[in-house]
Design a protein around this ligand. Structure first.
Ligand SMILES: NC(=O)C1=CN([C@@H]2O[C@H](COP(=O)(O)OP(=O)(O)OC[C@H]3O[C@@H](n4cnc5c(N)ncnc54)[C@H](O)[C@@H]3O)[C@@H](O)[C@H]2O)C=CC1
Ligand SMILES: O=C(O)CCC(=O)C(=O)O
Length: 377
């Protein structure tokens, strides 16, 4: 659905934004997917992201379908109170189509636990207190331990599985990371902790490189203190356009979709690409990578740790019982490892690459649920 959200700005003037919630499939259970605040949000993009959620939840074996939402806005240009008013108006417009057993939103680019808290509060005015209507909430409102780190942690578990399958490990390899938001900062931190060398990082403000490995905790501290990657003393500034084609072992895009395409794919020097962002590689880039022998770990598996811990959060809310962070992380590891082995089995039985193996696994599971329900045409 498409909704117009009009809010007063802090100066009293009125401004309108277009919001979307696309529900793709619910054969396996309630629909699930994040809400993105970004100026490039449009119906085609939200639709494509909703479809990815259907295959993603199926690949990791969650009892969910797929959905996605978004508002075309630039969150950095809105004050906190303007963002709150926008989120509340959006929730008033979509509260009838979301719900604990119907469609459960979560954070994505440009949104965070505070956004989820406003959605929960606004939704609860219509339907009574309903913590399980959104995931990625603050801990004080029923969020799960481990959710904030979960997407990044899942990306790192997925990377370890892939590297182990190729007889390698994170320690000593060189990594390049695009994006240092929720996903990118956890990916960078956990790779650094495991002995990987993060040799280049970018975000919307710029890029930094250090061939000996960037001290990630210091970089994150610098970013929190200054709001930018610029002027970081532990590395040299680099052209952000160069980042994706920088020499490394593993390239991890953690920002926007479509950043690897026919214009730059031929120049990529990484041996592995881990799709932490949603659809960072377009189909033309995929073909080029296959020709160059670059292994791509697809988004519908690589970044599924976020929705997996969202599922754990939903289960905890329904149980009314909070798990320890250790339990959350152990179960996340189990889901990510199992999914990798199921994808590999599909790759072997269908003689295909990891993206095709993951899609085959996801589509098979959704098709089986569809047929069992008697929905087939
Ligand atoms: N947050 C989550 O749980 C999940 C997020 N994802 C995907 O991961 C990606 C990142 O999401 P979050 O980290 O949550 O978003 P975020 O809003 O926390 O961070 C986005 C990061 O990308 C950077 N960025 C934006 N434009 C850029 C550009 N042109 N060049 C370099 N960096 C740029 C921003 O500066 C920021 O550091 C998105 O594709 C999202 O769909 C996927 C699964 C779950
Ligand atoms: O945590 C969730 O429910 C959804 C996360 C999401 O939007 C994604 O995996 O792309």
């Amino acid at each position: 659905m498409e909704v117009e959200c009009t809010i007063p700005r802090d100066d009293g003037s009125l401004v309108s934004f277009i919001g979307f919630r696309v529900q793709h499939d619910n054969a396996r259970g309630p629909m699930k997917g994040g809400i993105r605040y970004h100026h490039e949000v449009d119906p085609d993009e939200v639709n494509a992201l909703a479809q990815l959620m259907t295959w993603k939840t199926a690949v990791v074996g969650l009892p969910y379908g797929g959905a996605k939402g978004g508002i075309g806005c630039t969150p950095k240009e809105l004050s906190k109170s303007e963002l709150e008013r926008l989120t509340r108006v959006f929730t008033q417009k979509i509260h009838d189509v979301i719900g604990t057993q119907r469609d459960v939103p979560a954070p994505d680019m440009g949104t965070n636990p505070q956004t989820m808290a406003w959605i929960l509060d606004e939704y609860s005015k219509f339907h009574g207190h309903s913590p399980a209507v959104v995931t990625g909430k603050p801990l004080d409102l029923g969020g799960s331990l481990g959710r904030e780190a979960a997407t990044g942690r899942g990306v790192v578990i997925a990377t370890e599985e892939l590297l182990a399958d190729h007889g390698k490990s994170i320690s000593g390899l060189k990594f390049v990371i695009q994006g240092l938001g929720n996903v990118g900062s956890w990916v960078a931190k956990l790779i650094h902790e495991r002995g990987g060398k993060v040799i280049a990082v970018s975000d919307i403000t710029g890029a930094v490189k250090n061939p000996d490995g960037i001290d990630i905790p210091s970089l994150i501290k610098h970013k929190v203190a200054t709001g930018t990657l610029n002027d970081f003393q532990g590395g040299d500034a680099m052209d952000p356009k160069e980042l994706l084609v920088h020499e490394c072992d593993v390239l991890i895009p953690c920002a926007l979709g479509g950043v690897l395409n026919k214009h730059n794919a031929g120049d990529v020097k990484a041996r592995y690409i881990i799709e932490a962002a949603n659809h960072p590689c377009d189909p033309e880039a995929d073909e080029i990578f296959a020709d160059k022998g670059i292994t791509v770990l697809p988004d519908i598996y690589a970044n599924a740790g976020g929705v997996t811990v969202s599922y754990f959060e939903w289960v905890q809310n329904i149980q009314g019982f909070m798990w320890t962070e250790e339990t959350v992380n152990e179960r996340l590891q189990m889901y990510m490892r199992n999914a990798f082995h199921h994808i590999k089995a599909k790759c072997q039985s269908h003689d295909c690459n990891l993206r095709m193996g993951a899609f085959t696994l996801g589509v098979d599971r959704v098709a089986r649920a569809t047929v069992l329900r008697g929905w087939e045409a």
